[in-house]
Design a protein around this ligand. Structure first.
Ligand code: BTN
Length: 332
């Protein structure tokens, strides 16, 4: 007779689903033809992941789960159909975007995600770095393989920002805004950033890596002085720590909903929502592209994700990239 071996992951799922999160040990040993010492080793593994268990010769009771970005924790209760169904979770990497790009090069499937508890060379937009202290934030990259044209890819950044905003409002009472093209603001400070990287050949998308960094449980001292003024975290706003796994799972589902719609048409379908979260629309703005600075008024965001700016001569132009800041009126 062959018996299935019980893995730590399976035991964890079984105890999570059990009544009162409690399992009787003797029937478990019998079912899996396990020696007690083998079960001891499995329990040791589960404890090493940060789960608290009561474990006697009679029962196993799950007491608490860790707020850790590990496979088993992210997967349990994740309701998405595609995004995150395959996942690679790390403790420390240079950059999850780099890992995801390498995996995509090797043919990894659409929807696969890469997470890490820490990044030592987290990448930000425009060649900047992304502060990624351990066990505090969410550092995530998503592999996409859409069939639309490369010129339809830029809207994915603002679509991701909308998914972040719609998730954030469920986790904070602070004012949530999107700063075009890819920052999430809470109470006017940056709480998350998005770095999308497009890999295309011969007018065909091979893959897109959507990198998302969310400041969740950082305290003020986790930010370097240069960021203290303009960066925030959910914890700083809510004045309490949040469960990162719940936030991540909610974001993945929201992202998937918007991405499934975007995939069909290759453009944004929730413009009214994006407009309502925008921190720029209706404001005088300064655009910086390299060394060039231009002033105008941010008027709208179009279905490709471009920011529509009206210039002093009255012309309207779609702006597709660059740094945009609201110009403060000192007379008010
Ligand atoms: C920005 O606002 O400048 C974009 C920041 C993007 C940071 C995330 S963290 C996960 C992923 N891996 C990276 O190296 N960068 C992105």
């Amino acid at each position: 007779m062959t018996t299935t071996r019980l893995t730590a992951d399976q035991l964890l799922t079984t105890v999570r689903r059990a009544k009162n999160k409690t399992l009787a040990v003797p029937p478990l040993l019998k079912k899996y033809a396990l020696e007690k010492s083998e079960l001891d080793a499995i329990i040791k593994t589960i404890r090493s992941w940060g789960y608290k268990l009561r474990y006697t010769s009679k029962l196993i009771k799950l007491l608490s789960t860790p707020d850790a970005l590990i496979d088993t924790e992210i997967r349990y209760g994740l309701k998405s159909r595609l995004i995150g169904q395959k996942l690679h979770s790390y403790q420390t990497v240079k950059s999850t975007n780099t890992i995801a790009a390498n995996l995509a090069e090797q043919g990894e499937a659409e929807g696969t995600i890469v997470t890490s508890e820490q990044q030592t060379k987290g990448k930000g937009r425009l060649g900047r770095s992304w502060e990624s202290p351990p066990q505090t934030g969410i550092y995530l990259s998503i592999i996409l393989r859409p069939t639309f044209k490369p010129e339809q890819a830029p809207g994915i950044a603002i679509m991701t920002a909308l998914a972040l905003a719609e998730t954030a409002v469920k986790f904070t009472d602070g004012r949530v805004q999107i700063k075009w093209p890819n920052d999430l603001l809470i109470e006017k400070k940056k709480a998350a950033g998005i770095l999308t990287e497009l890999h295309a050949d011969n007018n065909k998308i091979n893959y897109i890596i959507v990198g998302v960094g969310i400041n969740v449980n950082q305290t003020a001292s986790d930010f370097p002085d240069s960021l203290k003024k303009n960066a925030t975290s959910f914890r700083r706003i809510n004045k309490r720590k949040l469960n990162r796994v719940e936030l991540l799972q909610a974001f993945l589902c929201q992202f998937e909903k918007l991405y499934f719609k975007y995939k069909k048409t290759g453009q944004l379908s929730s413009l009214s929502k994006i407009r309502s979260y925008s921190s720029l629309i209706g404001k005088p703005v300064e655009l910086q592209n390299g060394n060039i600075k231009i002033n105008g008024i941010a008027k709208d965001i179009d279905p490709t994700g471009a920011l529509i700016v009206q210039f002093p001569d009255g012309t309207m132009q779609p702006i597709r990239s660059g740094e945009v800041t609201v110009v403060k009126n000192n007379n008010k």
